[in-house]
Every structure is written in structure tokens, then in C-alpha cells.
Design a protein around this ligand. Structure first.
Ligand SMILES: Cc1cc2nc3c(=O)[nH]c(=O)nc-3n(C[C@H](O)[C@H](O)[C@H](O)COP(=O)(O)O)c2cc1C
Length: 385
């Protein structure tokens, strides 16, 4: 459906990325108008914005014209996306300040209960400033969707958090028409069980399936927390866990107020019994052999599912090499799960595609045929949510 998209731009090195964002909305069939702060035009040319949006660019609050533009733009827009938004404009909007055209539009728009998204871009020092953090929280409290910046090389030459999300991501995220006030916790990746400070036992899980589920849940408007064994930067909350014990500890906290847990991580069944505090040296090995004793890890899924209330659903994964459906059904019962997604090592590992079976509490089984993990993620969520 064609929308009136109002793009706000503030002065940042990332302002040039707004050009690509305008192009994406236009290509998607939307009407686009641009409102920017005066200093933005030091970073990107007015002609570029005008040509790409097919509309004149609005900058000056007091320009001679017939109507009150800050009100007419707020009325015109079906959706308002400010990308990039500077620390300065974040703070002004959080305080209700309306001292230029962009902040005046925002002030009028926020009273109209329509969707608004902001994509911050700034130096990591600015992003970590407690005042800016507090102002970001304030925006969120007023239902302003914050598309979190990512970590990477920043324009100032440092490496840190503050890089604006990519235009394609912003475009996708703003397709979410309304936020669903439900929290989904997703886990992904293969856990690491350390033998000594440098060596560990792990498995072949890449984390792709869980990551796609988390991305897809986010784009559906859920509040997502992804607990992964990989280092990830996402526009939603991500937490790093290494071992099964780590993952369980984080989950105990995150599951308390969650509505769903989707446990796609491959958690090691075993951990090393006698962890060595310093690196094991070749010289320590006698008779060419070295034994590692393993003990069982806690069964995270069972442990969390035992704690679930009637408002919470727990979805597990089962990866097997044979008797796929049978084993999955056993786990479903044993662990008190709401759904289990069964898949096989030969299709699931080291691949961008997969085929799965989704089994509910009553053992009704739906097969999802071979497709990309992104497509599989969408189909799983359609069934379990
Ligand atoms: C080269 C340069 C790059 C800047 N990049 C950013 C930025 O990425 N994020 C930010 O918050 N401020 C940045 N600033 C500072 C803002 O431009 C400044 O705070 C300005 O007052 C913001 O005004 P505005 O919000 O009205 O556009 C930058 C300034 C300069 C000179």
C-alpha cells in the first residue's frame, strides 16, 4: 500500500545515507517528502534530496508560504522516519523542544499517534553519554521506535557503537506497522565448553537459523532479545553467552518477562569436568595420550520450561541424525514444551537452507519443505506465534 513517508534528516556524516533511504521508499511505491535541519545541507545537497524525493525539501520554519508547514507535514505523513538523528535532535525531541522546522514537525506529529522511527548516528562517546541514553529511553517510553545503531568503524576514525543502521535495514524495519508488546527470547549458535583458557569443545551449529528467527520476529514488531554464542550487532538487544552455564544464567533473567522462548542454540550436552586454569602444554602429556573427562551440562530447555507460566510458550529445537520425528516427540513430552522444531544434521548444518517439522503439544506435525533459513524462520513463526 502506498504511504506518505516523511523523512527527517539531521546533520551528521551519515546524512548521505538518507539519499539511499529515499530511493528505497520511492522504489517501493511510496510518496516521499524530506524535512531537514539547516546544518544537514552542509552534509548533503538539497538538489540530491529534491531530485530523489520528487518534492521540494523543507528546511526553514519561517519561510514565506501560505500554510503552517510544520502542521501540514505532520498531517500529511503516514509515517515519519528521522535518519540519521543527531544527539542534539534526540535531546530536543525528548524534551518537547520545537525550535526549527524538523523539531516542530516532530512535536506536532507525536500528538497524532502515528508511527515514528528514529535511526541515531553518532560517535560512540556521544552514544554512551548517560544523558543521551536517558533521552533515548524517554523516546522509547513515548512509543518512538528507535532503530539502534550498530558497532563498526565510525566516521571519526574510532571503532565503536554509533554507526547508523543500513538504509535497507531501516526500510525493512519501518514496514512494521505496529509494535506488538510481546517479548521473544531467541537463542542461537553452538555453545563452547572450555578445556583450558584457549581450547574448547563446540559443535557445528553456525547460529544462522536462530539469527533468522530473531530478525524475522523483530520485523514482525516483537520485542526481541537474542542470546547468541556469536558476536552480533543487531538493531535489537543481543547478549553473548559462551557456555551452557552462561546461557542458562542469562536466560533465567531474560525469560522472566518474556512471552516466548525459541531455543534454537545447539547447547552442548557435556562440559569439561576438570577445567585447567592455564594452557595445557605438550610437555604435560605422557605416553602420547591425554584424557578429558566430561560431565553432563544442565538441560537448559527443560529447566526453563519447568518455570513457565500459562502466559509463556517455550519452543525447542531437536537436531538428530536418525529417527527425527520420534526423538523430537519424546523431547517435546519430556521437557514440557509447547512446540518442537525437528530437523536433521544432514540438511541443517553448514547450509543456508533447511527443511523442518514443527510439532505441537498434541503431536500434530507440519512439515516445512526445503527453503532458505529466512523462509523457514518465517514459516516457523507463523505456526508458533
Ligand atoms: C563533520 C561533523 C560530523 C558530525 N556528525 C555527527 C553525528 O554523526 N551525530 C551527531 O549527533 N552529531 C554530529 N555532529 C554534530 C552535529 O552536527 C551538531 O550537534 C549539530 O548541532 C546537530 O544539529 P541538528 O540536530 O540540528 O542537525 C557532527 C558535526 C560535524 C562538524
Amino acid at each position: 500500500m502506498k504511504r506518505n513517508v516523511l523523512i527527517g534528516i539531521t546533520s551528521s556524516i551519515a546524512s548521505y545515507k538518507a539519499a539511499e533511504l529515499i530511493r528505497l521508499y520511492k522504489k517501493g511505491g511510496d510518496d516521499v517528502k524530506v524535512v531537514c535541519t539547516k546544518d544537514t545541507l552542509l552534509f548533503i545537497g538539497e538538489k540530491t534530496l529534491e531530485t530523489l524525493s520528487c518534492n521540494s525539501v523543507s528546511v526553514d520554519l519561517f519561510e514565506k508560504r501560505q500554510n503552517t508547514e510544520h502542521i501540514s507535514l505532520a498531517d500529511w505523513a503516514d509515517i515519519f522516519v528521522i535518519a540519521p538523528i543527531s544527539a542534539n535532535t534526540i535531546s530536543k525531541i525528548a524534551s518537547g523542544i520545537a525550535d526549527n522546522l524538523l523539531t516542530s514537525v516532530a512535536c506536532a506529529y507525536l500528538g497524532k499517534n502515528k508511527p515514528i522511527y528514529v535511526a541515531p548516528a553518532m560517535n560512540d562517546g556521544m552514544w554512551n553519554n548517560p544523558i543521551i541514553k536517558e533521552n533515548i529511553l524517554k523516546l522509547k517510553q513515548y512509543k518512538i521506535n528507535v532503530i539502534e545503531p550498530t558497532t563498526g568503524e565510525l566516521a571519526c576514525g574510532t571503532y565503536g557503537v554509533g554507526k547508523m543502521a543500513e538504509p535497507s535495514f531501516i526500510y525493512e524495519a519501518t514496514k512494521i506497522q505496529s509494535k506488538i508488546n510481546k517479548k521473544i527470547v531467541v537463542t542461537s549458535g553452538g555453545t563452547r565448553e572450555y578445556i583450558d583458557p584457549v581450547r574448547f569443545i563446540t559443535n557445528a551449529s553456525s547460529g544462522r537459523m536462530g539469527n533468522k528467527i530473531a530478525d524475522c520476529a523483530y520485523s514482525l514488531g516483537y520485542d526481541v532479545v537474542l542470546i547468541s554464542t556469536n558476536d552480533l550487532t543487531k538493531p535489537y538487544k543481543t547478549l553473548k553467552a559462551e557456555s551452557a552455564d552462561d546461557m542458562l544464567n542469562i536466560l533465567k533473567q531474560e525469560f522472566k518477562d518474556a512471552h516466548y522462548l525459541i531455543m534454537a542454540a545447539a547447547v552442548s550436552d557435556f562440559k569439561v569436568k576438570n577445567y585447567q586454569n592455564s594452557k595445557i602444554r605438550k610437555n604435560d602429556i605422557k605416553n602420547d595420550s591425554y584424557s578429558i573427562e566430561l560431565s553432563l551440562n544442565p538441560d537448559i530447555l527443560k529447566c526453563i520450561a519447568q518455570q513457565k507460566t500459562s502466559n509463556q510458550k517455550v519452543i525447542g529445537f531437536s537436531l538428530t541424525t536418525e529417527n527425527t520425528i520420534e526423538i523430537a516427540k519424546q523431547k517435546l513430552k519430556e521437557k514440557n514444551l509447547d512446540f518442537i522444531v525437528a530437523n536433521e544434521a544432514k540438511t541443517a548444518l553448514n547450509s543456508d537452507n533447511n527443511e523442518v517439522w514443527v510439532i505441537d503439544k498434541n503431536e500434530n506435525t507440519q512439515k516445512i519443505d526445503m527453503a532458505s533459513k529466512e523462509q523457514i524462520a518465517k514459516s516457523i513463526l507463523e505456526i508458533v506465534l
